[in-house]
Design a protein around this ligand. Structure first.
Ligand code: FMN
Length: 346
């Protein structure tokens, strides 16, 4: 069954999880092109930055038509600013606006945003409610299991979110205190799903297509979010679809893996060009995006390749060496050359 989030129907229940620094528009487009991905979510975007129209904040919210349906995730702790930010997101034409209630990073949590909202469920509900009243597009919430092992309140918060107008929730089954240690608690996720009538998406530790299929069959969730698994294997969505249909998951030729990185680099370079021509779904602003000068642009592309490379090379034969080479490359032509050589000659 294909899930619906409010008025938005997804052609696949397998969704790409939001990942700051990783799920930029270039990566999302390439993932969509490989097939099987029902929804993409942007990196988290500051509500404050959106409302103030700070240059670069909106770069995080950019998307292209081929990514649809697209959900823009925002973070913040002030109900009226979050409502205003939701309206900006709606004005940008996004299909869904998602609220980050899962980020454990102190920089975010200290502003009563991210996962710290799970410690203040009534305040969290007032944010959801303000946003749901302000926009017509579905408002969704991404949360963790709870703040820590003594305060596992995802089932309660999901019910409150539903009552406040959320169209769906996603649950990463770890607490903020756990960060990424231990395992995602899928029995808790199932418990959340049993307590609400809106769709619940589960998140955590689905790194193989077979795991995605098993979670979809066993956990009574409407869908599964794939995060780190997609950074290693962007074909995982299509492979999971194959497995769900009883087909052998497709194999990915090594050259296609290399081409993915080359295409990623090209899209990142193009993006800087389209910025100049204004062809993007942006409104007028985050503070560590790419600087405008050419050398800065090249450095930005290199840093982006390094970030993806640190995940993408895991599990590849010779991957550790490739990672070292990517990390020491000083220019785009050097990167292109070493990627081509590695994937063609391996
Ligand atoms: C590098 C990275 C960045 C992330 N950034 C976000 C984010 O911006 N917003 C969010 O809700 N979750 C974020 N997450 C959490 C993921 O969406 C996901 O819930 C978590 O990684 C567990 O799923 P996985 O085991 O499939 O990776 C991030 C995870 C990673 C690894």
């Amino acid at each position: 069954m294909t899930p619906r989030i409010g008025t938005v129907s997804l052609h696949s229940p397998v969704v790409m999880a939001p990942m700051a620094g990783m799920t930029d528009t270039a990566f999302r487009r390439l993932v969509k092109r490989q097939g099987g991905c029902g929804l993409v979510v942007t990196e988290m975007v500051s509500s404050e930055g959106l409302v103030r129209g700070i240059d670069r904040t909106l770069e995080y919210a950019e998307y292209t038509e081929e990514e649809r349906p697209v959900s823009i995730q925002i973070f913040g702790g002030d109900p009226s600013k979050m409502a205003d930010a939701a309206q900006i997101v709606e004005g940008m034409g996004a299909d869904i606006v998602d609220i980050n209630m899962g980020c454990p990073v102190p920089k975010i949590a200290k502003h009563h945003a991210g996962c710290s909202l799970m410690r203040e469920p009534s305040h969290a509900a007032s944010i959801i409610s303000a946003m749901a009243k302000a926009v017509k597009i579905p408002v969704t919430v991404k949360m963790r299991a709870g703040w820590n092992e003594h305060d596992i309140n995802a089932p309660l918060l999901a019910r409150m979110a539903q009552d406040a107008g959320a169209a769906a929730v996603a649950v990463h089954g770890r607490t903020a205190a756990q960060s990424y240690s231990g395992e995602s608690d899928w029995s808790l996720i199932a418990h959340v799903a049993a307590g609400v009538s809106i769709p619940v998406f589960g998140s955590g530790d689905c790194v193989e297509p077979a795991q995605i299929v098993a979670r979809l069959r066993e956990s009574s969730v409407a869908g599964v979010l794939v995060g780190r698994g997609a950074l290693r294997n962007p074909w995982i969505f299509q492979q999971a679809t194959d497995a769900a249909m009883g087909r052998v998951p497709r194999t990915v030729p090594i050259e296609a893996r290399g081409q993915f990185l080359l295409d990623y680099m090209d899209l990142l370079i193009d993006e800087r060009v389209s910025e100049a021509t204004g062809f993007r779904h942006t409104a007028p602003g985050q503070s560590d995006g790419p600087p405008p000068e050419a050398r800065g642009r090249e450095r930005w592309v290199i840093n982006k390749l390094r970030a993806l490379g640190s995940w993408y090379t895991k599990g590849l034969d010779g991957g550790a060496q490739l990672r070292v080479s990517i990390n020491s490359a000083k220019s785009i032509p050097e990167l292109r050359d070493l990627i081509t050589k590695f994937f063609v000659s391996s």
